[in-house]
Design a binder for this molecule. Structure first.
Ligand SMILES: [Zn+2]
Length: 427
């Protein structure tokens, strides 16, 4: 069995513990041993292993994105996604899967595909080894009611959208079942609106409880995740009453919603998607018509403040709050996803190690895979970083500083012998 021994590395285990200098042995696709002390290092016997001298660099879990949209193609509007033909769209999605892996993301939990089978076929091709990309949990498109977020159709002409519109519990149930047939891991629904949709604002709850229940029932009975775009307080409560397990945004939660989230903290995941709110609020969408004074930017600043307070409160109450900032749009492009960890530090008062833990340990939990920790028995998804993310988490946004990327025990990006700080001692 092929083995790799990382020596002379500072290990960030992904569980919030202080980094330590040690050695990590990978055998096959799993982490076989983690040595923290010189005595433990002595015990590692792996004469056949390829030795990678980390030169004091940081070894940590591969990054995990809990709210991925690799088929959103960095468009500036929602209509473009429906206009893209499936063939081009598949190739684009394939390209962005590689972009994520190039940035050190070895796992993606998708928060919606832009067409029914995009995530599914890309996940399958990656798993088969046909194309490079992270491990994926594939999502359905957003299931949304007529006049909900994602319904970009027009009364006078035919237009495809990136969501699937359903009305009434029966249609939601049927569509959810179709998505199960097509192979998704996650059913995504849009029970609340969003501020940039004039007819379905963020505080509006656009699905009724029967519709939410129908999707959740299919998820429960077929063993699928149910993820919800839930900004309004009422949408959060509906999702919790009906059993959705991934709650995105939750930014407008009221006290009752916070209590309900806390009561189900061992079952659910919350990801606020701070990235989109923050950079839109700061006017970074100005090249696309959303400058600092735009009403949507103003809303995101206000909602951002409320969301920040709610997330701090949820963290205090022990709810798993994960990064993932809706990267996939023109001013929030795919590949810049690691920026969300910096937002967690800057806005939510997480320490860098807590922000990394939110991405990796909790990321592994939302993936429902043995990933996200440098731990014996876990899958060997690891990155080597030329710097100390425990001091400055922003370094993870710089792909050049990620000097090696291992997925499933094999190097996708091999450590370069030319680097002073990351020399390979032996092949
Ligand atoms: Zn999203």
């Amino acid at each position: 069995m092929a083995a790799t021994l990382f020596t002379n590395v500072r290990v960030i285990d992904g569980d919030g513990n202080q980094p330590f200098t040690g050695e990590v042995l990978v055998e096959g696709n799993r982490i076989k041993q983690v040595a923290k002390t010189s005595e433990e290092v002595e015990k590692i016997k792996a004469p056949e292993a390829r030795v990678v001298d980390g030169g004091g660099q940081t070894l940590m879990p591969g990054l995990i994105e809990p709210h991925a949209h690799i088929s959103f193609c960095n468009t500036a509007d929602l209509e473009t996604l429906g206009d893209l033909p499936p063939e081009e769209h598949t190739l684009e999605t394939m390209k962005f899967a590689k972009v994520m892996l190039d940035q050190g993301f070895t796992s993606l939990f998708s928060a919606a595909a832009a067409k029914a089978r995009l995530d599914v076929v890309i996940r399958n091709a990656i798993d088969a080894g046909d194309i490079p990309g992270p491990r994926m949990r594939a999502a359905s498109p957003e299931l949304t009611p007529t006049s909900g977020l994602g319904d970009v159709r027009r009364r006078h002409m035919h237009r495809e959208t990136f969501a699937i519109t359903c009305d009434g519990a029966d249609e939601f149930r049927k569509t959810a079942r179709e998505m199960v047939r097509e192979g998704v891991d996650t059913l995504k629904m849009n029970p609340s609106g969003d501020e940039f949709i004039p007819f379905a604002r963020a505080h509006e709850t656009v699905m009724n409880e029967d519709e939410v229940a129908a999707v959740c029932e299919v998820g429960r009975s077929r063993g699928k995740n149910v993820a919800a775009h839930a900004r309004s307080a009422e949408s959060v409560k509906m999702c919790l009453r009906q059993g959705a397990n991934v709650l995105y945004h939750c930014t407008l939660s009221d006290e009752e919603a916070l209590d309900m989230l806390e009561a189900q903290k061992d079952r659910i995941f919350v990801a606020p998607t701070l990235g989109m709110a923050y950079i839109t609020g700061q006017g970074e969408g100005k090249d696309y018509g959303i400058d600092y004074d735009h009403p949507v930017a103003l809303f995101f600043r206000r909602e951002g403040e409320r969301g920040v307070e709610n997330m701090k409160e949820l963290k205090k109450r022990g709810v798993r709050v994960l990064p993932g900032g809706d990267y996939g749009f023109a001013w929030n492009p795919i590949g810049t996803n690691a920026r969300d960890m910096e937002h967690f530090v800057e806005l939510l008062d997480f320490t860098p190690l807590e922000a990394i833990r939110a991405a990796t340990r909790f990321g592994g939990e939302i993936m429902q895979m043995d990933v996200g920790l440098v731990k014996e028995g876990f899958l060997a998804d690891l990155i080597l970083v030329d710097g100390d993310p425990a001091k400055d988490v922003a370094i993870l946004q710089n792909a050049e500083k990620i000097t090696a990327i291992m997925k499933d025990g094999s190097f996708y990006k091999a450590p370069s012998g030319r680097r002073a700080a990351g020399a390979v001692a032996a092949e």
